[in-house]
Design a protein around this ligand. Sequence first.
Ligand code: DX5
Ligand code: ZN
Length: 233
Amino acid sequence: MNPTGVRIAPSLLSADFARLGEEVTAVIAAGADLIHFDVMDNHYVPNLTVGPLVCQAIKPYAVSGAATIPIDVHLMVKPVDAIVPMFAQAGASIISFHPEASEHVDRTIQLIRASGCKAGLVFNPATPLIHLDHVLEQLDLVLIMSVNPGFGGQSFIESALRKIEAVRKRIDATGKDIWLEVDGGVKADNARRICSAGADTLVAGSAVFSGGRYAEAIGSIREQARLGQQARA
Ligand code: DX5
Ligand code: ZN
């Protein structure tokens, strides 16, 4: 992890899709710790984005010197199992999915891990944390949505903060290094509260890409996140 202890994952959803490779290079140079890759199927969510071919195409750009920058694939796809091996093959490091999109959540987690990727489970604003029962210890990451999935640029839903606190407690009780990621409406002006609630990984799409000054945007989110983490310590 970077020295501030918070991972920043720019979401390519707000990038210039005509220059995706350059955009990946630019956000990594600006300090991105992960590349967040949103996959939408116009079925589970009302939008259609990109698939494994595009993941494979950006993979060579997801590097920083000799180091690999993980591609954090967020699947908003139903059903999900058939697409998992395709993204593993295409270079994903982390694959996250929504419990509503799988008939057998435990099986999908096993499938992701067997394909060599880290596994994440994603919670929509109205999805109860009960889905963590029985599977939390098998997960590498829990992703709390702070917007309803489907589009970039939506406003942060405040009730996510209480949920983040609840997940933080559950993760801490396991004693395991399970990441707590938050996605949707994350900006410099709420990153502090999000991290003081317990998040350690922040997805930011429009906040990073819309102003065109990536290092500045990532830097100010990171600084606020650091203050939030300090408040917890
Ligand atoms: C929404 C996606 C998010 C989105 C975030 O369904 O999962 O990753 O790109 O965009 P912002 O940060 O603009 O809310
Ligand atoms: Zn996402």
